[in-house]
Write a protein that binds this ligand. Structure first.
Ligand code: FES
Length: 56
């Protein structure tokens, strides 16, 4: 599913970034520009980030 519609970033993209070492919203912003436009995706992106970090 798309997490950030503005930048066309899916949960799979976020999970791949976390596997590559991203651990913060700032890292996701740098890599995908998540939250850079309307900002509505930030809460969902953070949920995906936290769920994935728990697994690591
Ligand atoms: Fe991510 Fe708009 S949905 S910035």
């Amino acid at each position: 599913m798309y997490v950030c519609i503005c930048n066309k970033v899916s949960d799979k993209d976020i999970k791949a970034s976390i596997q590559d070492g991203a651990t913060t919203m700032r890292a996701l912003y740098k890599e995908h520009n998540i939250g850079s436009q309307c900002g509505k995706c930030c809460q969902c992106a953070k949920q995906v980030l936290n769920q994935e970090l728990i697994k690591i």
